[in-house]
Design a binder for this molecule. Structure first.
Ligand code: P6P
Length: 336
């Protein structure tokens, strides 16, 4: 049995910029995850289902658990003193911990505290997605350059899935490892070492209700997935949970592709670049997969705004490359 803390310490010599501070930061995320896990598991009993009555910067009605999860992660990261600022889906602006100690903190965390929260009431797995960047500035207040970094600068990307079991999955650029939460001892324990995604999977995940608004390249890919060709294991199976973390986690373990494309109505799609697409893209690449906006590598995109949206094509490498081929041939007008 190897705990998350033991694993991170062992990995230290491999982690870019790793020092005790990084291990402490990841552990702080683990602490918040345990508290959110407890609250998610008893949501129906603690009067924390339903809407908060507020709207976030995305114009989405915030669920009580959205706000609760956000507060838990901010509290844990503030008290851990390794994080200088947080970018969160639930906060309009960057949350800067501008006190004496955290002014020298080395890291910035981008966070979707509870992705897929529309599924909470119906007991469908939801998740937290996080990305950790190293600051460019030192000893000053956080700068714009600290905050708006491309995915290639990522030190760590990961998620927690609150499902039939709760797992923390992360990468620091040396492969992807998964830790299952053991509530009997309150520890995340290594359960999925060096996760690799197959080059081709048999699952495609996309909300086909939006079919008429999809780019022609995506429409052609969906038809490709549905063709009868036993040699290439088609037709594929379709699975779409409406929870990115759940769909991604299944495709990571079984092979598959998840697509949330730009549409005629929303050319940049729905998902946010910095705290949904980038951490998942880092994980996908580290597991041997691929992640693009249909044309370009997600990790190469230079963010201009902390809440900017981005189309996401992510999963098994050959599947992403097939849809990119169709996007290039039929939907170049969607290229940014
Ligand atoms: P739609 C949840 O709101 C989310 O951000 C992802 O977790 C999920 O995959 C997607 O949106 C679902 O969006 O438009 O298909 O309901």
């Amino acid at each position: 049995m190897k705990t998350l803390v033991e694993f991170v310490w062992e990995q230290q010599e491999n982690v870019k910029y790793a020092t005790g501070e990084f291990s402490r930061l990841l552990n702080d995320i683990g602490i918040a995850a345990k508290i959110v896990n407890r609250d998610v598991n008893r949501a129906g009993l603690a009067g924390i289902l339903g809407f908060e009555g507020s709207v976030n910067v995305q114009g989405e009605n915030q669920k009580k658990l959205d706000v609760l999860a956000n507060n838990e992660f901010i509290k844990a990261l503030r008290s851990g003193k390794q994080c200088a600022a947080i970018i969160s889906e639930e906060n309009d602006d960057v949350v800067i911990f501008d006190d004496e100690t955290t002014r020298n903190a080395k890291y910035i965390v981008a966070l979707d505290p509870l992705d897929g929260s529309s599924n909470i009431e119906v007991n469908v797995p939801i998740g937290t997605i996080f990305a950790i960047y190293k600051r460019k500035s030192v000893g000053t207040t956080v700068t714009r350059e600290d905050v708006l970094q491309a995915g290639t600068e990522l030190v760590c990307g990961g998620y927690i899935i609150y499902g039939s079991s709760t797992m923390l999955v992360y990468t620091t650029g040396n492969g992807v490892n998964g830790f299952t939460y053991d509530p009997t001892c309150g520890l995340f324990v290594l359960s999925h070492e060096n996760i690799k995604i197959g080059d081709v999977g048999g699952i495609y995940s996309i909300n086909e209700a939006n079919y008429i608004y999809f780019p022609e390249g995506v429409k052609k890919y969906i038809k490709y997935c549905q063709e009868d060709d036993p040699e290439t294991n088609r037709p594929y199976t379709t699975r779409y949970i409406g929870s990115l973390v759940s769909d991604f986690h299944r495709n990571l373990l079984r092979g598959g592709i998840y697509i949330y494309p730009g549409t005629l109505k929303n050319p940049q799609g729905k998902l946010r670049l910095m705290y949904e697409c980038v951490p998942m893209a880092f994980l996908a690449e580290q597991a041997g997969g691929k992640a693009s906006d249909g044309f370009s590598r997600i990790l190469d995109i230079q963010p201009e705004d902390i809440h900017q949206r981005c189309p996401l094509f992510i999963g098994s490498k050959a599947m992403v490359e097939k849809v990119e081929e169709l996007m290039a041939a039929h939907s170049s007008d969607f290229r940014k």
